[in-house]
Ligand binder design. Structure first.
Ligand SMILES: Cc1cc2nc3c(=O)[nH]c(=O)nc-3n(C[C@H](O)[C@H](O)[C@H](O)COP(=O)(O)O)c2cc1C
Length: 430
């Protein structure tokens, strides 16, 4: 067959319906995501000695910047040096030189992805080896079944009114750092059992002042942070929230509550709402909403949220197949699809799904029989991939999962020692 004939044949092929994942998304602030796939937040644990973005973190985002994702969300960045979700986190510091943050944003954005910084305060979900007395809405400790976890988290102390005000300011300052450094937006982490989620849940918020009691009061901290940030950043800067659909605990934050919080967030100038679920006590974010769905854990809730949400919606949790992502966007339930784990094992996850080269990105991590060890070993295996990519290597499963988990724990303790020294240096600065 001659070349000419082949090209004619191509022209007469029935046009393939375009995947909705390719459609750009215009946000309320006028910003545009070039497609509907986001790399969702994964705590990288790659802060440098100063707890700032260093070479490995920047290299990791350079690589993800070539992944084809419309949006790259950073792992959670700490708004308060005294409260860390993990020992290798990036911390917003008062007298920060912004150069490192600028290089981080630039690395992710080089090929056209948007970069948003996720900002967070862990509240009571702070490991005991990082702080013995974390702060929280009320003095209610995290309880995870099993003796092994009985002393993992310290007993929290309830925040005073003044301290709550300072935390609002810290979130606002963090957003300004992100804006000045060239990030396109921030995502306020109000899910997964961290501080803002603790305020939302009646199980962890037993306050009797204006920050506790009815849901409208429990949501006040989140709403004040959103308004505080919106009032200082430019209108073109993106502001998003990650919210639980539910905590999946008796007496906790329920779907009806999440719907009401979305109503309260309507009209507050949000550009994106990411739906997730669960917390350290009930980790639905890693395994679903209890309906047994193997993909798209929070899609059923997203459909309900869609009927009232006036901002673009994204959900993260279990998405692996292009077909399921396309259906979620085509049906109008979601505007953006978030994926986390697949990007750790396949840095080209978005472009492979968008081009049709892969129908599904589903990394398989062998399971350990003990559920607690299984979860630790899974997280350690994922963190190893982030480190490898940050060192310029290709992702590769560890030969020995348990050995890798032990090394990961040792690395965490070393980082914790560094962190204690860092805290002392901050105190001596005052
Ligand atoms: C290693 C690791 C770190 C994570 N760190 C964060 C984080 O910093 N912030 C956040 O909102 N979610 C975090 N998550 C949760 C993911 O964003 C996501 O909700 C979850 O992994 C489910 O999505 P997936 O099935 O695509 O992995 C993390 C997940 C993993 C595996």
């Amino acid at each position: 067959m001659s070349r000419k004939v082949i090209s004619n044949w191509r022209q007469t092929m029935p046009a393939q319906p375009k995947s909705p994942l390719h459609e750009p998304l215009t946000l309320p602030n006028g910003g545009i995501f070039s497609n509907r796939i986001a790399k969702a937040s994964m705590e990288e644990s790659l802060a440098d000695r100063r707890f700032l973005p260093g070479e490995s973190l920047i290299r990791l985002y350079e690589r993800w910047g070539r992944s084809g994702a419309g949006l790259l969300l950073t792992g959670n960045v700490m708004v308060d040096p005294n409260a860390l979700t993990g020992p290798g986190n990036v911390i917003i510091q008062k007298k920060n030189d912004l150069d490192d943050f600028k290089r981080w944003a630039e690395a992710g954005k080089r090929e056209g992805s948007r970069m948003w910084m996720q900002i967070n305060h862990p509240g009571r979900q702070t490991f005991g080896f990082l702080s013995k007395t974390p702060v929280a809405p009320s003095a209610v400790p995290v309880k995870i079944p099993g003796r092994m976890f009985s002393k993992v988290f310290g007993v929290p102390r309830a925040l005073s009114e003044d301290e709550i005000r300072r935390i609002i300011d810290r979130f606002v300052q963090a957003a300004l750092v992100a804006e000045e450094s060239g990030f396109d937006g921030v995502e306020i982490h109000a899910a997964h059992g961290y501080l803002l989620n603790q305020f939302l849940s009646p199980l962890s918020n037993r306050r009797e002042d204006r920050w506790g009691g009815p849901l409208e009061n429990r949501a006040l901290l989140l709403l004040e942070i959103v308004s505080g940030i919106r009032s200082v950043v430019k209108r073109t800067f993106g502001v998003g929230v990650k919210l639980n659909s539910a905590d999946f605990q008796n007496g906790g934050f329920r779907e009806e509550d999440a719907i009401r919080v979305i109503e309260l967030l309507n009209g507050k100038g949000l550009d994106l709402l990411e739906i997730s679920g669960g917390n350290y006590e009930s980790p639905a974010m890693q395994g679903g909403d209890g309906t047994g769905r193997r993909e798209a854990y929070f899609l059923e809730f997203a459909k309900k949220a869609r009927t009232i949400a006036r901002m673009p919606l994204m959900s993260t949790g279990g998405f692996r197949s292009a077909k399921i992502m396309e259906e979620a966007v085509r049906s109008g339930a979601l505007d953006m699809i978030g994926m986390a784990t697949p990007f750790a094992f396949e840095p080209d996850a978005a472009s492979k799904l968008l081009s049709g080269e892969s129908e599904k990105i589903d990394p398989i991590i062998p399971r350990l029989s003990n559920p607690a060890f299984n979860s630790l070993s899974k997280m350690a295996a994922i963190r190893l991939q982030l480190r490898r990519i940050g060192e310029g290597k290709k992702p590769k499963l560890p030969a020995f999962l348990i050995g890798n988990m032990i090394l990961d724990q040792i690395r965490g303790r070393k980082n914790a020692k560094r962190y204690k020294k860092f805290l002392m240096s901050l105190e001596s600065d005052h």
